[in-house]
Design a protein around this ligand. Sequence first.
Ligand SMILES: *Cc1c(COP(=O)(O)O)cnc(C)c1O
Length: 467
Amino acid sequence: MTVAEPHRIKSVEPLHMPTAAEREEAISRAGYNTFLLRSEEVYIDLLTDSGTSAMSDSQWSALMTGDEAYAGSSSFYRLEEAVRAVYGFQHVVPTHQGRGAEHILSQIAIKPGQYVPGNMYFTTTRAHQELAGGIFEDVIVDEAHDPQSRHPFKGDVDLGKLERLIDRVGAQNIAYVNVAVTVNMAGGQPVSMANLRATHYLCRRHGILLWCDATRCVENAYFIKEREQGYAGRTVASILHEMMAYFDGCTMSGKKDCLVNIGGFLALNDESLLRRARELVVLFEGMPTYGGLAGRDMAAMAQGIHEMVDDAYIAHRVHQVRYLGERLIAAGVPIVEPIGGHAVFVDAARFLPHLPRERFPAQALAAALYLDSGVRAMERGTVSAGRDPNTGRDRIPRLELVRLTIPRRVYTDRHLDVVAESVVGLYRHGESVRGLRMTYEPPTLRFFTARFEPAPEERHLRLCDGK
Ligand SMILES: *Cc1c(COP(=O)(O)O)cnc(C)c1O
């Protein structure tokens, strides 16, 4: 059944396709890192779904009614009302984006040396946990690390792993458990309600706080509606409310599910944690009633929070991502399955089997895709995983992926047809994609700014293969 866009288009932005020569020039100048391309050099931009959403007419009008008072802005109270209604948390601390909230949570809740178990790491989340002296421990189910496993809830916490960690280090040495819904790095994979409930009771039994990275919580709620028994007849809004009830609080990147271009927040119920969060927000972000945002940004986010739980909107969102994924599957392209909520993740390790991990196959594939069609994607593999802070060695994650991320309400299925044709074409000639060598590496979050060049020995390797 066709799921059409639940909106019509009122304002358009022209696209420009750079020539092959321009693309070659651009990717070489960008050090083969798609993060370093200029947006005017890109035709279809699937780098990220972060801050790239199209706002609705109601959000644009909310911008005009934003209250820019330094303190006590009515836009803050509008945001607070939206968070209470949709998430069910009593208090909200606005931040400039999700990592601002992660920073504050890590600083108020982690003592140096404490463990912070989570269902797979996320780049900025783990960086802030480590900055606060925390030790990240992966407690996701094994299936999450297997791109070919069809487990319907690959984001689930492995309760056995979590219990063994608690037994090993003691509950007092666990700062809190952090559960992301959906799990971005696993391929936008959801967590089941049953697993959230069980994790909640396990944490409660041990007196451990349970925090949520709610960045893509609405996509997760939609998957629960589709896949988990007993939820098919429920609204996404009521499923989300139930999910959040299992947590002590959440960090949120408003740039994803909240349908805004900038913004985030920390939401919670506990008054003493709230007091400490507010003490820090004035230091790092701004007054507690604006936290690094303009009043108009809070107003647009409040409106986006109401829109994001519209059943027709979220059904189309998830189905559009699936549309692209199914086109690739039909052509035999290896992708992470089941198809996730915000992106299609191409399995670069299987796509480019001739490249060893030290040649950054996912980074190389993202660069090759841009060269082929002006489509910008993102590496989510060895470059994103960075180095172990203790050993200084590359962390080699099992997943070596290229993420084709679909911005919300921005592109049509025809755009995705162009993307699919390019990926399928490359797959047919995968052996022509050269590996890369890193020429510049920043000390943290290296994937944003690292530079690369084509690796010289590739040609030699292929010659030895007789190709
Ligand atoms: C984007 C993201 C964040 C960080 O949010 P920003 O708004 O980019 O700072 C945290 N967690 C997850 C899962 C994300 O995708």
